[in-house]
Design a protein around this ligand. Structure first.
Ligand code: F6P
Length: 329
């Protein structure tokens, strides 16, 4: 009976639990034995491996976070750590691993597969920056959290006639900022991928005032960098805030949504996507199709080689930014 390990690694994403649950239950139904590995690659290094029964994954589909816990393991980037991880796979006679996580975690799965450990990667990251997938686990839930937050902020922004600078996650990916901004009716959306000067941000807010808008919501992704940022210091959202304050046109407030975007009960979309990924991962092991990462193409779950990770990810569409700008005023 094949023994398959499951781990979650990197930034957690709502829906990871649903993927663990589906992997375990589809695996058990197919006659496989499933094992959990705690804290991602850190647990693989430490030999933290335990059996996962169908009952052990009960009552988790509706929970955010990950029952297996997660980590960004520095040790797994070292030779010693990597050797220990391979030793754990041998000691526990694991015939394969399901790795649930973002780009870095999937790179880890690729590394293991290149050393003879059969792996299947399931993409999960609220950043939606994994090549090949239109959506990955956690994105829809995080987006809904952002939109709900923006709705609440708008209430108070309108009441006090203020501008709010709202920082959302995404150091390198502006997907959450773009889609959250569109769905939340933001007046300005600032992304890491598309530089906009502070002057242009101010002009945009000013245009809104001229059109009779007495409030404004400016969504800033963590990784946005204004080309004229040397004028100010601090995070980009703080920089935008300070710059707008100096203009004196509107009272400005700053809200940093931070890690609350990563928590909470997964949406129906994420639960369904994660369940489908779990099932597809088990199917891949049954058919002996390993050294692959799974993706969602907008309709089906498909598989690609890990070399897909070398390709650029193109989920941030400038046309959607134009749309958001047009419908905001
Ligand atoms: O990759 C997911 C993500 O939430 C990014 O959006 C964010 O920049 C980063 O993780 C934060 O990482 P940490 O939780 O380690 O601070």
């Amino acid at each position: 009976m094949a023994r398959i390990g499951v781990l979650t690694s990197g930034g957690d994403a709502p829906g990871m639990n649903a993927a663990i649950r589906a992997s375990v239950r589809c695996g058990t139904a197919a006659g496989l034995s499933l094992y959990g590995i705690a804290r991602g690659y850190a647990g693989l290094i430490d030999g933290d491996v335990f059996p996962l029964s169908n009952r052990a994954v009960g009552g988790i589909i509706e929970r955010g976070g990950t029952m297996l816990r997660s980590a960004r393991s520095q040790e797994f980037t070292t030779k010693t750590g990597q050797q220990k991880a391979l030793a754990t796979v041998r000691e526990h006679s694991l015939d394969g691993l399901i790795v649930i996580g973002g780009n870095g975690s999937l790179r880890g799965a690729q590394w293991l597969s290149e050393r003879g450990v059969p792996t299947v990667g399931i993409p999960a990251s609220i950043d939606n920056d994994i090549p090949g997938s239109t959506m990955v686990i956690g994105v829809d839930s995080a987006l809904n959290t952002v939109v709900e937050s923006l709705d609440r902020i708008r209430d108070t922004a309108v009441a006090h006639e203020r501008a709010f600078v709202v920082e959302v996650m995404g150091r390198e990916s502006g997907y959450i900022a773009l889609m959250g901004g569109l769905a939340g009716g933001a007046e300005v959306i600032l992304l890491p991928e598309i530089p906009v000067s502070l002057k242009d941000v101010a002009r945009n807010v000013q245009d809104g005032l001229t059109l009779g808008k007495r409030h404004s919501i400016i969504v800033v992704a963590e990784g946005f960098t204004p080309p004229d940022a040397t004028l100010h210091s601090g995070s980009s959202a703080q920089t935008v805030c300070s710059y707008l304050e100096t203009l004196g046109a509107l009272e400005i407030r700053l809200t940093i949504l931070g890690h609350l975007q990563r928590g909470g009960s997964p949406t129906a979309f994420d639960r369904i996507l994660a369940s489908r990924f779990g099932q597809a991962a088990i199917q891949a092991f049954i058919e002996k199709r390993t050294a692959i990462m799974l993706s969602y193409d907008g309709r089906d779950i498909v598989a690609s080689p890990y070399s897909k990770l070398d390709e650029p990810c193109c989920n941030v569409n400038p046309e959607i930014l134009k749309l958001a700008d047009t419908v905001a005023h």
